[in-house]
Each structure stands twice: as C-alpha cells, then as structure tokens.
Design a protein around this ligand. Structure first.
Ligand code: SAH
Ligand code: F3S
Length: 482
C-alpha cells in the first residue's frame, strides 16, 4: 500500500548502484510514510555525488542515516531503539558517524544532540542539500544541525536514484508540507508549509523512469489534490499571483491529465487525497483515463461531524458522504481506503458508532487504523485532554479493524469471476511458480507465471480469493501492451 506506513518496509535499508571513486560507505534506513522512503532516495543521490556509496551492512558504514517518523509516539520509540543498536555498533567502530533525518529531527531539533549522545548530525526534511556542508562539520569533530524549513524547496532539480527498486513501480513527489493543521497532526510542524513542484520537473522525472522501463508511478504528497503550480510560491499566496500566472497555473486534475496523456503505457496512482480538496475535476480525469488507477486513498479519521470539527478537518460527515456518492456515481468500480483514528479527545460511544456506520456506508476496500496518540505541540495536545482511556481506545480500534476486515473481504470477493488488468511486480511470497501484482483498484493478485514477465500488464481471470488477495489465471496481455 503505497501511502502509508507499510509495516513490511519499516526500517528497510537502501542500496543503489556503486559509483567508482566513492570511498565512503553510507547506511541509510527509513521509517514512516512513503514520502520518507522517497526522501531517502534524494539524500542518497546527494551523497552519491559527494563520495558515498550505499551499503546494507551497518557494521561497514562510515555514515549511518536514519530517516525518522513522528506521526505517533510508537514510531518515535521504534527509532529510539534503533539508535541504541547504532550505539552498540559505534562502540566497535568509533569513527562511524550517525545522523538523524526527517520528522523527528525537525521536531526535536538540538534536543537530539543533547539527549542522544551518539547522534552527530540532525537534519530536517528541507535541509538535505546542506548535507555535504554538515558532513564537513562533523568530520572536523563538531556536531552539525540544520532544521530550517523552506518555503521553496521541492528537490525538483535532484533526480533521485531508485533504491531497492523492482524496476516497475516508482514514487514521484509533487508537493511537500501541509497547510491543513489538523489538530492531532505533527506534519505541518515537521514538514512545513505546503509547496508544489514545477510540473516540467515532474514530467522529466517520469520520462526518465519511463526510459528506464518503469511502468507505474505514484504521485506523492501529504495532500496531492491541493497541488497548484503558478510559477512558484506558496499555495496560500495564489491570490496575490498575476493574471498571467493564474491563467497558466496547473492544478492537480490538470497535472494528472498531463501525466496520463503523455505516458499512455504507464499507469498512475496518487496519494494522499484530503476530502476537502478532492474536486470533481480530479474524479472526472480519473474516469477519462484508463491508465489512472481506480483507487483513492481518502482518509476521514472519524465518522462524527463533531469530532471532525474538533480535529479541524474541513468537512462534515454529510459532505464526506456526498463526495463518496459523487465518486461512486462517476467511477462505479472505484476502490476506496481510509485512515481512522480511534479515541480522539472527547470521543463518545455515539461518535464511535458514527465512525462504524460511516464505514458500513462507504464500504472501504482497505483501511489504516490507529489509536489516537497525543503529539506534543499540536493544537489537540495544547487545548484538549487525552481523555479516552487506553483500554477504550483499544476496544474501539479493534471494532474498527474487525469491521474493516469484514467489509474488505466483501470488497475483495467482488472481483471473483471478473477479468482484471494486473501489472506484474514480483514473485509471489508464497510460491516461486506465481507472479504477484495489483489490479487497478490496488488489490493484490497472484497467478501462475507461465511465460509472463515482471513489468508486463496482463489480464487475469479471478477464480478465488483470500481476505486481501485475489487468485486467478492469466488469459493474455492487456491492451496497454499493444
Ligand atoms: N496527509 C495525510 C496523512 C498524514 S498522517 C492525510 O491527509 O490524511 C497519516 C495518518 O496517520 C493520518 O491520516 C492519521 O490517520 C494518522 N495520524 C496522524 N496523527 C495521528 C495521531 N496523533 N494519532 C494517531 N494517528 C494519527
Ligand atoms: Fe496531517 Fe491533516 Fe495535513 S492529517 S498531513 S495536517 S491533512
């Protein structure tokens, strides 16, 4: 699942081709959302040009970087444990340097250098271009820190290397930061103001991926539907743009349309959509292009209008339902997924029932569900008491997860008997005689390999399924291959 925290990938260390002449070894590990994994590719590219090749052996590393997540307390605890592991290695190899990147670096700033003695460098998400300078400081024996957030940085000029890639799927970031200020969320504090990347640099990156044989691109951002390019500058300053800038601006629907039109042999996904910014033009653009996948990750967080207000989400339950109705009307075979938070401050049983009934109504194919975790500095932490007892949060979360599993199974079953288009991504984990890929709706499909190859689009007749996996047999290539 692209957006999100893919538990299988947490902590994955990243490796790429080696550059001759590079003498130092970088071990880079990523936690959290896809944006962090994507940022680590940018970081590795920058360091690749500055003397570092990557390694998968922590023990061999001259430099260890960990790209961190602050979204929930548990995410931060996992990273603190990793730092203990680095500490043990540093005892054997005292010249090894350790740097913390990403959201936790931004949130804790110099506190990190004071608390965690093993950390030599702290670098926030907008400061990666400063890494060569910061490393020079570290090499001279000083701690180094840059956590300045930028209003312009999009790394649009850096062509990221692809780490641990299957050569088929790639992520391309289109916006950075978030202006929404949901009261529970640290992202606006750790990743700064929302900015959009220049469309041509996005297209160039996709062209490069296409030339190298990639078949699927996921456009990434905290809130992709809010994408807006008018020659640079923050989204919030669009009002002040000239008439010319306004007339030539590019919004998300236009960007999607451009991508799908320019690259008809590739497939496009995007993540994440915020309900308040998901407009009908985007849905219509999806409907118009076969190669835009019929899947929308549309986090709602709660089914109760009162809680949505407390969360500062900019829509009611009814408005969300109206959006869902519109999506199903325009794209009947769409699949949808949610993020939910159980036990936000003041949540009552009635609010919780509203969440369950909303899920019954929408019929999400997938879901990412969490117990509320108070994050220091957020409005909810400052103004609201974390008053739902832990066991109540857990019980509500379990009810949400159980319901999602039931609905998810029904949604998976709907494909039985259908022929679906699958992009082959890799060998199935369970059997080396089967391929694994996903259909347009993002459901995993496995089928016997026959003579098909990774990266091919195949029509698969679905005969059976488990809770989240479709099982079938290939019946030929998809038209996209012609
Ligand atoms: N930009 C994305 C979400 C980023 S965070 C969006 O608009 O949805 C990913 C998910 O983590 C959120 O959707 C939310 O469900 C969850 N999350 C964020 N802060 C949280 C917190 N304090 N406690 C529990 N879950 C949280
Ligand atoms: Fe966080 Fe809300 Fe933005 S969940 S990332 S503040 S849309």
């Amino acid at each position: 699942m692209e957006k999100v925290i893919d538990e299988n990938k947490q902590g994955q260390s990243l490796v790429l081709d080696q550059k001759e002449g590079n003498t130092k070894k970088l071990f880079i590990e990523s936690y959290g959302c896809q944006m962090n994994f994507s940022d680590s590719e940018i970081v590795a590219s920058i360091l690749y040009e500055n003397g570092y090749n990557t390694t998968q052996n922590l023990e061999d590393a001259d430099l260890v970087l960990v790209n961190t997540c602050s979204i929930r307390d548990k995410a931060e605890q996992t990273i603190r444990k990793r730092l203990e592991k680095y500490n043990a290695v540093k005892k054997i190899n005292p010249s090894m340097k350790v740097g913390v990147l990403g959201c936790m670096a931004e949130r804790l700033k110099s506190q990190f250098l004071e608390e965690e003695k093993i950390v030599d460098m702290v670098v926030g998400p907008d400061a990666y271009k400063d890494l060569p300078n910061l490393l020079a400081e570290v090499e001279e024996g000083r701690d180094a820190i840059n956590v300045i957030l930028s209003k312009e940085e999009t790394y649009g000029d850096i062509s990221p290397v692809r780490l641990n890639s299957n050569g088929v799927n790639a992520f391309v970031s289109i916006t950075r930061g978030c202006d929404n200020m949901c009261t529970f969320c640290v992202v606006p504090f750790t990743r700064g103001r929302e900015r959009s990347r220049e469309p041509q640099s996005i297209i160039d990156e996709i062209q490069d991926l296409y030339d190298r044989g990639f078949k699927e691109v996921t456009l990434l951002g905290q809130n992709v539907d809010s994408y807006l390019w008018y020659g640079g500058g923050l989204k919030k300053d669009f009002d002040k743009a000239t008439e010319m800038q306004k007339a030539t601006s590019v919004d998300f629907a236009q960007l999607l349309d451009k991508c799908a039109t320019l690259f008809p042999k590739m497939r496009f996904r995007f993540s994440t959509s915020n309900p308040q910014d998901m407009h009908v033009e985007v849905i219509e653009t999806m409907a118009k292009h076969h190669n835009i996948c019929k899947y929308i990750h549309l986090p709602v967080q709660s089914g109760s209008t009162r809680i949505l207000q407390e969360m500062n989400r900019q829509h009611t339950r009814e408005e969300y339902i109206a959006l869902i109705d519109k999506i199903y009307a325009i794209i009947p075979d769409i699949s949808l997924s949610q993020d939910m938070i159980a036990g936000f401050p003041t949540e009552t049983e009635e609010d919780h029932q509203d969440t369950l009934s909303l899920m019954e109504y929408v019929k999400y194919d997938f879901g990412f569900m969490f117990a509320y975790s108070e994050r220091p500095g957020t409005l909810a932490a400052r103004k609201m008491e974390d008053d739902v007892p832990e066991e109540v949060k857990k019980r509500r979360l379990n009810e949400i997860i159980d319901l999602q599993q039931r609905i998810g199974l029904e949604r998976t079953q709907r494909f039985i008997g259908q022929e679906v288009e699958v992009l082959i991504e890799k060998e199935s984990k369970r059997s080396d005689a089967h391929w694994s890929g996903r259909n347009s709706q993002n459901t995993v499909v496995v089928f016997p390999k026959e003579n098909y190859k990774v990266g091919e689009f195949v029509m698969v007749k679905i005969t059976d399924c488990t809770a989240a996996t479709l099982i079938g047999e290939a019946v030929g290539y998809s038209e996209i291959m012609n």
